[in-house]
Design a protein around this ligand. Structure first.
Ligand code: SMG
Ligand code: MG
Length: 376
């Protein structure tokens, strides 16, 4: 006997297409990892890859492949029962160290690490928030608004989110969809906390253009340049007075420290999937607190499974800006878990053991396109 893994592939339609500078999607391809103990208790983790390598190099089918072929086999010594008897769920640090033997693939690693962490926490009756050091019981929520087909359409969408109570608006931008959109939104909502995300769509030579964003009193400009262009981000910060925030460039504690020390970023978006899991995410948070760098929790259109865990992370003290932790209905008519509902611009941090939520069996069955069992 030992821990076994199930990889659930799901397809969930989005309530409206979500367009960014690297492409558009109208259905979310979701992979949930389930780690099942000998006693039949399940731990869950969500793999936040997109279907295609547009946001980063990882993509969903590749992630499933690397989990099956390399990551889960690498964990075998930790999850297979010894001759003497049963196996305990491996401690979170040992899972992290074992997965570190494989390069890259942080989103696939994070899904597996979280599933085992959820199981480990449930066995200890401890919530993820308690484990990570959460200090709040609810978190302030922002919303990420995709590129629209017209300013009129954008205004309707933003208006809906403002009415729902979101505490911050983030506009996706790209060359050709930026200053006019910002002007329209800023004129209509002069006070709303506003920021933009370019997902790497600009180049160093766009510094003067990006400086035009300064007049809109933005909280930050997220990832204007390619992931590997730290120098470019530093150069941009010397021309633009709005703070630069890195997302795709921050892949580990060390890369976060390098970007901070190098002057490429003054705010960091933390996404557990991008950095290989919640332990690394917490370490980056701790580093940023020590360096007085504000952080906020990013999002990857998670279902309730990934969202629950993100909200626990966002409740740590260094998360001082509203996250892309919107309610379930921002993306999904029906979530795979009980929906997260926005109340007064906030979501409640789950308090049940582990990540605090479970997929609803019927919803999982309905959304599922394939389930693969991987036995150690
Ligand atoms: O979960 O609300 C969400 C998505 C927020 O904009 C969001 N995420 O670069 O920050 C980002 C993007 C990455 C995913 S876009 C397909
Ligand atoms: Mg981003």
């Amino acid at each position: 006997m030992s821990i076994s893994f199930l990889i659930h592939s799901l397809e969930i339609p989005l309530v409206r297409p979500f367009r960014t500078s690297f492409g558009s999607q109208s259905v979310r391809d979701v992979v949930l990892v389930e780690a099942v103990s000998e006693a039949g208790v399940s731990g869950w983790g969500e793999c936040v890859t997109m279907a295609w390598p547009g946001y980063s190099a990882e993509y969903t089918r590749g992630a499933v492949n690397v989990m099956r072929e390399f990551l889960i086999p690498t964990l075998m010594p930790l999850v297979v029962a010894s001759e003497e008897g049963g196996t305990a769920t491996p401690a979170p640090d040992s899972v992290r160290s074992a997965l570190a033997l494989m390069q890259g693939n942080p989103m696939a690693k994070s899904a597996i690490e979280t599933a085992l962490l959820d199981l480990w926490l449930k066995q200890r009756n401890l919530s993820l928030g308690e484990f990570l050091g959460a200090t709040r019981d609810q978190v302030d929520c922002g919303v990420s608004v995709g590129i629209s087909s017209s300013i009129e359409e954008l205004m309707i969408e933003v208006g809906q989110y403002v009415d729902e109570g979101y505490r911050r608006i983030k506009l996706k931008v790209e060359p050709g969809w930026d200053v006019d959109a910002l002007r329209a939104v800023r004129e209509q909502w002069p006070e709303i906390p506003l920021q933009v995300d370019a997902n790497q769509a600009y180049r160093r030579s766009d510094a003067d253009h990006l400086a035009k964003f300064d007049e809109f009193d933005l909280l930050l400009i997220e990832q204007p340049l390619p992931e590997d262009d730290l120098l470019g981000h530093r150069l941009i910060s010397s021309v633009v007075s709005t703070p630069i925030c890195l997302d795709e460039s921050i892949l580990s504690v060390d890369s976060a420290e390098s970007a901070i020390e190098f002057g490429a970023t003054t705010i960091i978006n933390i996404k557990p999937g991008r950095v290989g899991g919640f332990l690394a995410a917490r370490d980056i948070h701790d580093l940023c607190v020590e360096r007085s760098i504000p952080v906020w929790c990013g999002g990857m259109l998670e279902t309730g499974v990934g969202r629950a865990a993100n909200i626990a992370l966002a409740a740590l003290p260094g998360f001082v800006l509203p996250g892309d932790t919107s309610a379930s209905n921002r993306y999904y008519k029906e979530d795979v878990t009980e929906p997260f509902v926005l109340v007064n611009g906030q979501l409640r941090v789950p308090t049940n053991p582990g990540i605090g939520v479970e997929p609803i069996a019927e919803n999982l069955a309905e959304m599922s396109t394939a389930t693969e069992r991987i036995e150690p």
